[in-house]
Design a binder for this molecule. Structure first.
Ligand code: NAI
Length: 243
C-alpha cells in the first residue's frame, strides 16, 4: 500500500484497553492510526507500540473545542480521515438513588456528548469527501444494568445517535455502525469487585471475558470494503451474552 492510498483511522480513548486493541488490529490491516486520548502520554505509548507512521493526538471528547481543534490538526497534517472510532468512555457506577449529579453528568458528557462532538466533526469532513466510516462503541449495558443508570442512558443514547447519523450520512457514502461489547478484559472491568465480576462471567455462555482484539476485529469489519452496504447496525461482541 503506498502512502497516497493508505487509509487513516482516528480512534478515541486509544491510550489503553479496547482503544489500544482497536488501534493494533487496524494497524495490522494497514491503516495509519491517529491514537487520540485525553491522556496524551498514554496515546503516545500506543502510537509507539504501533510503530513508525502512527501518531498520538491529545483529544478530550467531552470538550467540543478540543475535538474540533484535533480534527483540524489531523486533517491539515494527514489530508483525510477515513475511519473514526468513538471508543472513549468512562463509568462512575452507583445505584440511582445514591448517584450524584457529578457522577451522572460526567458519564453523559464523555460517553454521549463526546460521541456526538466527534461524530459531528467527522461528519463535516466525511460529507465533503463523500466517503467514510464511523464506528461507535456502545455497550451491552445499553439495555439497563443495576448501578449504571448514567452509563446505560449514555450507551443507549449512542445507539440512537448511530441510527440517526446512519440515515443522515447514507447518501454521502458514509456508514455508521455500533458495537456492543459484553465483558472485555481491560482496566475498566478489572476494577469491578470480585463477586460482581464472577456474576458477569456467569451470564456469558462462553464463560470468559473477551479481549480488546475481539472488538478490534469487529471494528475492522465495519471499516472494511466488505461492509460497504451495511449501515445503522449493531453488532454484539460478548461471547453470546444475549442468547
Ligand atoms: P478503559 O478505561 O480501559 O480505557 C478508556 C480510555 O479512554 C482511556 O485511555 C482513557 O484515558 C480514555 N478517555 C477517558 N475519558 C476520555 C475523554 N474525555 N476523552 C478522550 N479519551 C478519554 O476502558 P475500556 O474498557 O477500554 O473501554 C473502552 C470503551 O468500551 C468505552 O466506551 C467503554 O464504555 C466500552 N465498553 C467496555 C467494556 C468492557 O468490558 N471493558 C464493555 C462494553 C463497553
Amino acid at each position: 500500500m503506498t502512502d497516497v492510498e493508505q487509509k487513516t483511522a482516528l480512534v478515541t480513548g486509544a491510550g489503553r484497553g479496547i482503544g489500544r486493541g482497536i488501534c493494533e488490529t487496524l494497524a495490522k490491516k494497514g491503516y495509519r492510526i491517529l491514537a487520540a486520548d485525553v491522556d496524551l502520554d498514554a496515546a503516545t505509548t500506543t502510537a509507539a507500540v504501533l510503530g513508525e507512521g502512527h501518531r498520538a493526538l491529545e483529544l478530550n471528547v467531552s470538550d467540543s473545542a478540543s475535538v474540533d481543534r484535533a480534527f483540524e490538526e489531523a486533517v491539515a497534517r494527514f489530508g483525510h480521515i477515513d475511519v473514526v472510532v468513538n471508543n472513549a468512555g468512562i463509568n462512575r457506577d452507583a445505584m440511582a438513588h445514591k448517584m450524584t449529579d457529578e457522577q451522572w453528568q460526567i458519564v453523559l458528557d464523555v460517553d454521549l456528548s463526546g460521541v456526538f462532538y466527534v461524530s459531528r466533526a467527522a461528519a463535516r469532513h466525511m460529507r465533503e469527501r463523500k466517503s467514510g466510516r464511523l464506528v461507535n462503541i456502545s455497550s451491552a449495558s445499553w439495555e439497563g444494568n443495576v448501578g449504571q443508570a448514567n452509563y446505560a442512558a449514555a450507551k443507549a443514547g449512542v445507539l440512537g445517535l448511530t441510527f440517526t447519523l446512519a440515515r443522515e450520512l447514507a447518501r454521502a457514502g458514509v456508514t455508521v455502525n455500533a458495537i456492543c461489547p459484553g465483558f472485555i478484559d481491560t482496566e475498566m472491568t478489572r476494577g469491578i469487585p470480585a463477586d460482581i465480576h464472577q456474576a458477569q462471567l456467569d451470564k456469558i455462555p462462553m464463560g470468559r471475558t473477551g479481549a480488546p482484539s475481539d472488538v478490534g476485529a469487529a471494528v475492522a469489519f465495519f471499516a472494511s470494503d466488505d461492509a460497504s452496504y451495511i449501515t445503522g447496525q449493531v453488532l454484539e461482541v460478548g461471547g453470546g451474552y444475549r442468547i
